[in-house]
Design a protein around this ligand. Structure first.
Ligand code: FAD
Length: 447
């Protein structure tokens, strides 16, 4: 029987709490969250703004009441202000000023991440929006009811910025996408894939300004009216800043807890921090990156957050489970172009000093005699030059080939070689793929 306190009850915290409550009896679980809602799926934000779903109701999967029915105590709108790690007490204050001093046997830090917002001149003008919380999305949706908002600039062309650019365009707004990098989504894909997505965005009317850094914003009547970059100035009515996220480590900054280079809380394979009985999960913590041979890294994804919560929940309750690490698998679908990736890109391998070879194939998705709905798919596989272990893969198509990436995710995790892939039993049915399918061909033609 332990008293377990969880700080942050979004995806990682929710997974931890549910793992504890669903699998173990007799523990006391107390959760604190500074927000008024739980489990908002940020991935649905762009779909909501772009009117691809009718509203936000389906973007939540967990409530405070569901936790309480299972026996947890949940304090919402009750930010934790500090933790005494020596005395093992959490101090919080809710919106009505009620203060809590909650002792714990085990503590879970699930405080997530915060948007990186540089201090641009003019950055506090009205209609410069952040994108993280349900409330941020709600505000954008409400403001878009104003038809005088005609032009929106999205700053940051990572996968969230690209999704939002599509959303504003679908919402009928003229949309600019600005990034200082020479292309979009350069963290997830190699340039040939990024360029295909950039062309797709431009073909669908989005004004891409890549290789341009934002200098400042200008306003009229307190509202943003211009975005000024190192290359030009553009009239806008709204700006969404999404240039990345940083781990929220505010509660541990002075604790002496071991932190990663970007401030993420360093955890071991049990999600345990460097302070005994304190665990960290989700976006506030490091993960083990199998693309880089299991090295600690930072990949902020809900998919990782949930799994880290499961691992922590079991370990806290006495079941020894080690995280297998992650491959950073991700996907995106923009104006029908689907792109998925896992593990290392060739560019990331170069940055990390890993010597790799690659093999790329573009072929029709299905058997060549299938006359309809048979677009080309491109696959690129990255593998280690010395060991020939597959380190990563990327695919792009208008066909939904996304499931393939999960096989490559497992291949990276299990260090499958490119030669083993060449002779792997991959099923064939003309409706889905070709007898000499592009995965087999890419592996067979590998150097
Ligand atoms: C627009 C958008 C789209 C995304 N799309 C995807 C996607 O398609 N796929 C994917 O895998 N991931 C996606 N992500 C990333 C994903 O949302 C995050 O990885 C995920 O939210 C991390 O969950 P978390 O619980 O670790 O942290 P967070 O979601 O950041 O939650 C942290 C929680 O801690 C609470 N908290 C913080 N400090 C305190 C404190 N002192 N006291 C009390 N409570 C506190 C916060 O209120 C919050 O509820 C997207 C993110 C965004 C913003």
């Amino acid at each position: 029987m332990s008293k377990i306190v969880v700080i942050g009850a979004n995806h990682a915290g929710t997974a931890t709490i549910n793992t504890i409550l669903d699998n173990y009896e007799g523990n006391e679980v107390v959760a604190f969250d500074g927000n008024s809602n739980i489990s908002f799926l940020g991935c649905g934000m762009a779909l909501w703004i772009g009117n691809q779903i009718s509203g936000p109701d389906g973007l939540f999967y967990q409530t405070k009441e569901q936790f309480e029915q299972k026996g947890a105590t949940v304090h919402m709108e009750c930010p934790v202000e500090r933790v005494d790690f020596d005395a093992k007490v959490v101090y919080a204050k809710d919106k009505d000023g009620i203060e809590y001093a909650e002792p714990y046997d085990k503590l879970v830090l699930a405080t997530g991440s915060l948007p990186i917002i540089p201090k641009f001149e003019g950055g506090d003008l009205e209609n410069i929006q952040q994108v993280k919380l349900f409330q941020n999305a709600q505000e954008v949706v409400n403001k878009l009811k104003d038809s005088s908002i005609k032009t929106v600039a999205v700053v940051g062309a990572g996968y969230i910025g690209v999704e939002l650019a599509e959303a504003f365009q679908r919402n009928g707004r003229h949309t600019l996408l600005v990034d200082m990098a020479p292309t979009c989504m350069a963290n997830n894909f190699d340039p040939e894939f990024c360029d295909r997505m950039a062309k797709n965005l431009a073909d669908n009317g989005i004004e891409c300004h890549f290789g341009e850094g934002v200098d400042h914003f200008e306003g009229t009547d307190g509202k943003v009216s211009k975005i000024v970059t190192n290359k030009g100035a553009y009239d806008v009515d709204m700006v969404c800043v999404c240039i990345g996220f940083k781990p929220n480590n505010a509660l541990v900054a002075q604790s002496g807890m071991e932190l990663f280079a970007n401030g993420a809380i360093v955890v071991d394979r049990h999600q345990q921090t460097s302070i005994p009985d304190v665990y960290a999960v989700g976006d506030c913590a490091t993960i083990f990156n199998n693309g880089l041979d299991g090295a600690p890294g930072y990949i902020a994804l809900a998919s990782n957050a949930v799994r880290s919560g499961i691992v922590a929940g079991h370990n806290i309750c006495g079941t020894d489970i080690q995280t297998p690490g992650v491959q950073g698998s991700s996907g995106i679908c923009i104006f029908d172009l689907k792109m998925v990736s896992t593990g290392l890109t060739e560019s990331a391998a170069k940055r990390a000093g890993v010597e790799v070879l690659t093999t790329t194939v573009t072929d029709c998705q299905k058997a060549p005699f299938i006359e309809h709905d048979n677009p080309d798919t491109t696959i690129k596989i990255v593998y280690d030059k010395a060991t020939r272990a597959i380190l990563g893969a990327q695919l792009a198509s208008t066909y939904d080939m996304s499931g393939n990436i999960n096989m490559f995710s497992l291949a990276v995790a299990k260090k499958v070689t490119i030669d083993e892939l060449a002779l792997l039993d991959i099923f064939f049915l003309p409706h889905f793929n070709a007898p000499y399918n592009y995965m087999t061909v890419a592996a067979l033609q590998a150097e």
